[in-house]
Design a protein around this ligand. Structure first.
Ligand code: FRU
Length: 286
């Protein structure tokens, strides 16, 4: 299937450390890698490995890191025709501590690049996609893009990632067929569990399928008729690296729904895929 994702790519500088430090500590990394990251492109790279034809719409700078990102996407057959380049722009960079003791990832993100613009999105031939995935970020621009998709075509499925509790992000919910919600949003909005989350989100989300990734507790979904399903996490002997696990969960949901699986089967497949990711470094599955 043909998938377009609108969102970010980053440069991830990942320091593998034995255990998470105390504030003001000085410690040596066991190893380091610099790779492409960013939610939307992480999800696409996995979808591409699952056999889908993927395109990314997002913003890049014109520094060497942008070249590294384009090369990685090219290596994963993710098409970049709709990418905008901001002259003089610096690639958003994440400085990440990945703890070998727990697999946790702590991210300090620096961004000084404009968000992807509606004007660039207007040029995309939306009818050439079966699925369009949005990272819910700059609410005003995102809302305009979602509006355009709804007006341009009825045949495309829209998924929306709600990762952070950004101001007015809920305005985007009515446009989505599938909403992918993170725990950071859930706790940020003060919901204590998935039931509370779904109750809060449902009135705006209409008949969308709601999915919530729940880290070591697996994931949840709620169907339009209010039925909730929990899927416990995949048990791993060792958690190696959780960086991007949520993005992989999202790829698992999109892939499962495109394959026509039932919602509970989709959730199980997405939790399994996210678990498989946590057993390895990076996002290379084959
Ligand atoms: C993981 C990730 C990283 C990136 C950060 C951006 O989900 O996409 O690859 O640095 O989040 O917020």
């Amino acid at each position: 299937m043909r998938v377009l994702a609108v969102g970010v790519a980053t440069l991830d500088v990942v320091n593998n450390i034995a255990a998470y430090p105390q504030e003001d500590d000085e410690l040596r990394a066991l190893s380091q890698r610099c790779c492409r990251g960013g939610n939307a492109t992480n999800t696409l790279v996995v979808l591409s490995q699952l056999g889908h034809r993927c395109s990314w719409a997002g913003m890049l700078g014109d520094d060497p890191a942008s070249q590294q990102i384009l090369l990685d996407l090219d290596n994963h057959q993710v098409e970049t025709q709709w990418v905008s380049v901001h002259p003089g722009g610096i690639t958003p960079t994440s400085y990440i501590l990945s703890s070998l003791a727990t697999g946790s990832r702590t991210i300090v993100h620096y961004r000084d690049l404009p968000e992807y613009q509606t004007a660039a999105f207007e040029k995309i031939d939306l009818t050439s996609f079966d699925w369009i995935h949005f990272e819910g970020r700059n609410v005003v621009a995102c809302e305009a893009m979602l509006n355009r998709v709804r007006q341009a075509t009825q045949s495309v499925t829209i998924s929306l990632e709600i990762e952070k509790p950004r101001e007015d992000i809920e305005r985007l919910l009515p446009f989505a067929d599938v909403v992918l919600i993170s725990r950071a949003y859930t706790t940020g909005r003060g919901y204590e569990d998935a039931e509370q989350l779904f109750k809060g989100v449902r009135p705006l989300a209409g008949s969308a399928l709601l999915f919530a990734a729940w880290g070591e507790a697996g994931g949840w979904l709620q169907t339009a008729d209010g039925m909730s399903v929990h899927q416990p996490a995949y048990q791993l002997p060792v958690v190696v690296d959780t960086l991007g696990a949520g993005d992989v969960f999202n790829a698992g949901v999109i892939d499962g729904l495109m394959a026509g699986l039932e919602p509970a089967e989709v959730l199980a497949a997405a939790v399994r895929l996210a678990g498989e990711k946590c057993a390895r470094q990076g996002l290379q599955f084959a």
